[in-house]
Design a protein around this ligand. Structure first.
Ligand code: SF4
Ligand code: SF4
Length: 474
């Protein structure tokens, strides 16, 4: 019997959903997919969070992942990997809006579809507001690694991380942090660097280390792009609360909101943290960018942003739509839907491969000849909307800060790399730095690049300013 239109369509969908050797070998052996089970919906209203505006991509829909999509996602993710390690990463919006039961099922589905020998790590990024005993018992039992979003002590955290009434969320987040600690859940801190905390790197870091007992921290620069037409609305924020009109955030425009971190200030923030870390905490506290920079000296690029190419961090929306990257959840970067085409084929598609290779091929001349290119690699393409020194478009907005960080941290990084090559722990750098400090004149310029004298900067043991003094909107 001749195939009907419907049966032909079903057969072709079936074909798209099968995994061939060819599609497996064209796709990366391993990738880090961020799944958004509640889309971009969140229970708070951070002023800089342009992800809130992504709800506009799917108007009039309930943004919740169905059972069918959950199982399709887990099954395809495990089928797609050719490495024994697989990360199942949950993100948002706010994934706790899905309730614990949804994730219990996710864990069961992983066990159902796991290939022999596959080791699965569950990660979960949350604002911490809803964390309680039930959540933390579940995380502990299933070895989840939890990322908690905190921007520093109360004054800087509450500058932008606010609820729907505009009130700071610090106390609620600290309740979540207490619950994580009580149940000994493994967690790390994700801290954005923005206009409110950009002058307080060392004090923010000390707060995490000394007050929260954090062993692992990740800093993310806030850069909210806008055009002349959208900058006014963008400065108001990305939520629809309070009857505000909002725009769908896309990676366009060469202006930035007033909440965004300054380019040079980003580098100074990182160096402020680095100079503290290199004196006291190497091997004890892990700062993601410092770790991956040291790895780069051995030719390993563990963070897409500073790797030569990218495209291994797709984002999955609640309905099965797959996008090239979490930062490009917008129509032009939709790869397809996993109910129609298997994830591994979407990852192997020419569109996704081009997305990743363009990161290298679109570097400006300034980047191509840059002294720290092997460490920086031009940064994330989403931030390449400035002009280079020669006036070439496509320079990273953060370039000045990136150059400052990679150049100034390099001597210590090189010493750590050498120590490691010679069979010594990189943490020996702390003793080396201490002896260099003894020889350094107190009135010599500080190594961090602040322009201050060493004695009044990293030669000094106290944080250098109160938060309230320079916290916009706090
Ligand atoms: S666009 Fe940026 S964040 Fe996305 S994968 Fe590439 S480097 Fe990473
Ligand atoms: S520091 Fe600036 S010029 Fe150098 S690679 Fe990075 S973005 Fe390009």
């Amino acid at each position: 019997m001749e195939a009907t239109l419907l049966s032909r369509t079903a057969a072709s969908v079936q074909d798209h959903l099968s995994v061939s050797e060819a599609s497996l070998s064209d796709a990366p052996p391993r990738f880090h997919l961020l799944a958004k089970p509640s889309g971009s919906t969140c229970n708070i209203d951070c002023k800089y969070c342009f992800f809130l505006s992504k709800e506009a991509l799917y108007p009039d829909e309930k943004h919740r992942m169905s059972q069918v999509t959950l199982e399709t996602y887990i099954q395809q993710l495990l089928e797609s990997h050719r490495s024994p390690e697989v990360t199942v990463a949950w993100q948002g919006g706010e994934p706790t809006l899905m309730k614990v039961e949804f994730f219990r099922q996710a864990v069961e589905l992983v066990e159902k579809h796991r290939k022999p020998g596959q080791v699965v790590q569950h990660t979960f990024q949350t604002n911490g507001i809803l964390l309680d005993d039930e959540w933390c018992e579940f995380f502990k039992k299933n070895n989840f690694l939890v990322g908690l979003s905190v921007d520093g002590p109360r004054a800087v955290h509450d500058a932008y991380r606010v609820d729907r009434h505009g009130n700071g969320t610090f106390d609620m987040v600290m309740r979540g942090w207490n619950a994580l600690r009580k149940h000994a859940v493994e967690f790390n801190i994700l801290c954005t660097v923005n206009a409110a905390n950009q002058h307080h790197g060392r004090a923010v870091y000390r707060f995490f280390r000394d007050e929260l007992g954090v062993k692992w921290v990740q800093f993310i620069p806030i850069i909210e792009r806008a055009t002349e037409q959208t900058i006014h609305l963008a400065n108001l924020g990305w939520s629809e609360q309070g009857g505000r009109k909002r725009v769908l955030y896309t990676q366009t425009g060469n202006l930035v909101t007033e909440r965004s971190v300054g380019a040079k200030q980003y580098g100074l923030f990182l160096m402020d943290v680095f100079e503290e870390w290199v004196r006291h905490d190497v091997g004890r506290v892990f700062v993601q960018l410092f770790d991956v920079t040291l790895e780069a000296f051995f030719g390993r690029h563990l963070l897409c942003i500073h790797a030569p190419t990218c495209g291994f961090g797709p984002a999955l929306e609640y309905n099965g739509d797959l996008y090239a990257c979490d930062h490009f959840v917008e129509p032009g970067y939709r790869l397809g839907n996993i109910h129609e085409t298997h994830m591994v084929k979407l990852m192997a598609s020419p569109k996704q491969r081009k997305f990743g290779i363009d990161k290298r091929d679109s570097l400006t001349a300034q980047c191509r000849t840059c002294e720290v290119r092997s460490l920086c690699n031009g940064g994330c393409p989403k931030d390449r909307f400035a002009l280079s020194r020669d006036g070439e478009p496509g320079q990273n907005y953060l370039c000045q800060g990136l150059e400052l960080f990679f150049t100034r941290s390099r001597p210590a990084m090189e010493k750590m790399a050498k120590l490691f090559r010679e069979g010594h722990p990189p943490s020996d750098i702390m003793a080396i730095t201490a002896s260099e400090d003894k020889r350094r004149g107190p009135y010599a310029p500080c190594t961090c690049g602040s322009g201050r004298k060493f004695r009044f900067c990293h030669g000094d043991k106290s944080p250098r300013a109160s938060f309230e003094a320079a916290t916009p909107g706090a």
